[in-house]
Design a protein around this ligand. Structure first.
Ligand code: HXC
Length: 285
């Protein structure tokens, strides 16, 4: 069933701004990343979403394709971002079927709640492997396509046709430190550093690299795992968020469209925190 536009995209964006563009997204069957891709597809892009679960990824690809008549959305399952060969094969298929890659969203992530005392060395490493190494692998596998796209769409400041852009999906935990999230905080600090370095190293080739950092977003797996904790039980859950509510996936999609559109031409190496001010308020989630 088609999801109404108003649930995943603000009215400010114009249809067609991403015509003939292709987005490649890891973790694309997840709640946040699928909303990001759905918004881009609505505005003209075709897409390739990558996931570990075949059925979930293919079903989500079909759902995203309903955002625009004629949209091509491929779901490639059984891809583990920890294995660069499987990502390279997915990139090859995306290029063959959709013609190239203009935008990348590195969104695949792994998370669970655990105190440091409950983390085995392998548990800690597993999250770093998925989040940090997986983001690096995604960048490495798609970089040749990003370079081609950036060359075709010069970032002059006035060119409305953009390309050669990557967004890494991160978290705010490493800004302050976060109990029960040592593994994720460390992994995402690495993701932010990777994005900043990419921005500097590849900016001269016209590529932009930025981070989007979602806070507490309704309906996500992250909230299901983290949000049901003590704060939820005591009714203080969103009192911690200065805006006194949780965010929506649409608000993450809006940030994504901004960074990939020509409105974001000069934004490079930044961390766009979309959390209602949550991370600035002390206390656990
Ligand atoms: C302690 C745990 C654990 C837990 C797993 N491990 N769960 N340790 N507490 N709750 C340990 C295991 O015992 C094992 O260590 C090691 O981690 C690897 O576990 P596996 O199950 O073998 O790994 P794998 O099958 O690769 O699964 C990875 C995973 C899993 C991260 C553990 O949860 C996963 O695949 N998640 C993907 C989906 C996901 O997490 N989405 C949420 C993203 S939300 P030993 O020593 O026993 O071998 C997000 C945003 C958060 O990231 C922000 C919210 C605001």
């Amino acid at each position: 069933m088609a999801i109404p536009r108003s649930e995943y995209l603000s009215a400010v964006w114009r249809d067609g701004i991403f015509d003939n563009k292709v987005v490649f997204c890891t973790g694309g069957a997840g709640t946040i990343c699928s909303a990001q891709v759905r918004a881009l597809v609505h505005l003209g892009a075709n897409a390739c979403i990558i996931g570990r679960n075949v059925e979930k990824t293919e079903t989500m690809a079909k759902s995203i394709a309903t955002a625009r008549p004629g949209a091509k959305v491929i779901g490639i399952g059984a891809v583990d971002v920890r294995k660069i060969e499987s990502l390279e094969a997915a990139v090859e298929r995306c290029v063959k079927e959709l013609g190239g890659i203009d935008y990348v969203i590195a969104g695949a992530a792994g998370n669970f709640i655990s105190p440091i005392s409950g983390l085995s060395a392998n548990a800690f490493k597993t999250v770093l492997d998925i989040d940090t190494i997986g983001s690096f692998n995604t960048l490495k596998a798609t970089l040749p396509q990003l370079i081609i796209s950036a060359a075709k769409n010069p970032n002059t400041g006035t060119n409305p046709s953009t390309g050669g852009r990557i967004i890494f999906v991160s978290a705010t935990f490493h800004f302050t430190g976060m109990p029960l999230q040592a593994h994720v905080a460390v992994a995402k600090a690495g993701v932010d550093a990777l994005s900043a370095t990419t921005a500097i190293e590849y900016g001269p080739r016209g590529i932009t690299s930025n981070v989007i950092t979602p806070g507490p977003i309704m309906g996500t797996e992250g909230m299901a795992r983290l949000g049901s904790r003590e704060a939820e039980k005591t009714g203080t859950a969103f009192k911690k968020v200065p805006l006194q509510r949780y965010g929506t996936v649409k608000e993450i999609a809006d940030g994504t469209v901004y960074l990939f559109s020509d409105a974001g031409n000069f934004v490079n190496g930044e961390v766009l925190v979309i959390d209602g001010g949550d991370w600035r308020t002390p206390g656990s989630p």
